[in-house]
Design a protein around this ligand. Structure first.
Ligand SMILES: Cc1ncc(COP(=O)(O)O)c(C=O)c1O
Length: 384
């Protein structure tokens, strides 16, 4: 046995679940992304001839991201201000770099309940003093006024949110976002907004990525663009925060590949096409899911998602039994072993009676997965 004794940390439940259970030939109705594109589809839709790929010089890129991809992101999300864009290895890296440089021990930070794991990890790891924005305080696109005022108070360093929320699909209306940005600005806090799936909106219009100069927002090709394998994301942030992350980047990933940057730039210039096709598929799936939920309301309840491509159905049998966290994991494991169908247990998001159900995938597979879930629930219901 090796004499190495590395430090061990508990992995996030979500990633460990996928490490163990995601495999080929299953009905995956768990994802927070859409039906991924093949590279051939991307080359055709984004008009990338082989000569353009061949012409790429496989040299270093630059710390902030190559000029072409940065400008393409800025044109779509930051009114053309490329100095406010940092291009990263997925938004995961943008989150890690910016939160590491923004937060200090003892900072008061408001974090949304059930938030995506890395957005909660960095403030905890920095030794911040955390306050939770309850999920129930977000209703009809707005954060309850009293909650907003008492939580986001003077002395707050940052407010970290993800809208549309993964996995509940709850989001803010333009009015709700305005109220949040005004309140954070009034108390001198930085608003940190993960907008991973903001481009697919169901209830209100798509929100602007930059609603205030001092905020930080994150975006990614992994979700609504259907390009999780590209591993490109970004932060839009004040230029002084962007340059402050360079030393950390110098010691971790340095920069992206120019080949990947070229593909990302072309994909960003064709964002409407890439997102539009997948958003239409997700909407058809959501219509089917809405009917399915109505047909199974004796077994499951939900709040319909207002944005993004996932939802958090709550299983009545687990709720009635006030089951502990292990029960929903057993439930999802049985669904997988008997019906070859994957959900993510709500324990990954602090919701022990529910599971993440993603409706962004290929229509046929999505319907097949839901039919399996139906049979699973009916069989369990009858056995009780
Ligand atoms: C809300 C949210 N933010 C960020 C990420 C990180 O994604 P990526 O690093 O692929 O951009 C994810 C991935 O699941 C996510 O759901």
């Amino acid at each position: 046995m090796s004499s190495l004794r590395p430090l061990r940390e508990d992995p996030p439940v979500l990633e460990e679940w996928y490490r163990r259970h995601l495999g080929p030939d299953i009905h995956d109705i768990s994802s927070s992304g859409v039906h991924p594109y093949t590279f051939a589809e991307i080359r055709e839709l984004c008009r990338i001839p082989a000569e353009d790929l061949d012409a790429v010089v496989m040299d270093d890129s630059v710390s902030q991201g190559g000029a072409g991809i940065r400008q393409a992101i800025a044109d779509r999300y930051a009114d053309g201000a490329a100095d406010r864009v940092l291009v990263t290895h997925g938004s995961s890296e943008a989150i890690a770099l910016t939160l590491s440089m923004l937060l200090r021990p003892g900072d008061r930070v408001v974090v949304q309940q059930g938030i995506y794991h890395s957005l909660g990890h960095y403030p905890r790891a920095a030794g911040c003093d955390l306050a939770e924005l309850p999920a129930a305080a977000v209703r009809d696109g707005e954060i309850d006024d009293d909650v907003l005022e008492s939580l986001v108070r003077p002395g707050t360093r940052a407010v970290i949110v993800n809208f549309p929320h993964n996995p509940s699909g709850a989001t803010l209306s333009p009015q709700g976002l305005k109220a949040l940005t005004e309140r954070t600005a009034a108390v001198g806090a930085t608003l940190v907004w993960d907008a991973a799936t903001a481009e697919i909106a169901h209830r209100w219009e798509v929100l602007p990525a930059v609603a205030h100069d001092d905020m930080v927002s994150y975006g990614t090709f992994s979700k609504t663009f259907g390009l999780p394998g590209l591993r490109v994301g970004w932060a839009i942030a004040p230029p002084e925060l962007i340059t402050a992350v360079f030393p950390l980047r110098d010691r971790t990933t340095l920069f992206l590949s120019p080949l990947v940057e070229l593909i990302a730039e072309r994909a960003m210039r064709q964002a409407d096409v890439l997102i539009g096709t997948r958003a239409a598929e997700a909407r058809r799936n959501l219509a089917h899911l809405t009917e399915w939920m109505a047909e199974h309301e004796d077994l499951v309840r939900w709040t319909p998602p207002e944005g993004g491509v996932c939802a958090l159905p709550i299983f009545r049998e687990l709720e009635r039994a006030a089951a502990g966290p292990a029960a929903v994991e057993r439930f999802c494991l049985e669904l997988l072993s008997r019906h070859n169908t994957l959900l993510v247990p709500g324990t990954a998001f602090g919701a022990p009676h529910g599971a993440r159900l993603g409706f962004g995938g290929p229509e046929e597979g999505f319907r097949a997965g839901l039919a399996e879930l139906s049979e699973f629930l009916r069989t369990r219901g009858a056995a009780r």
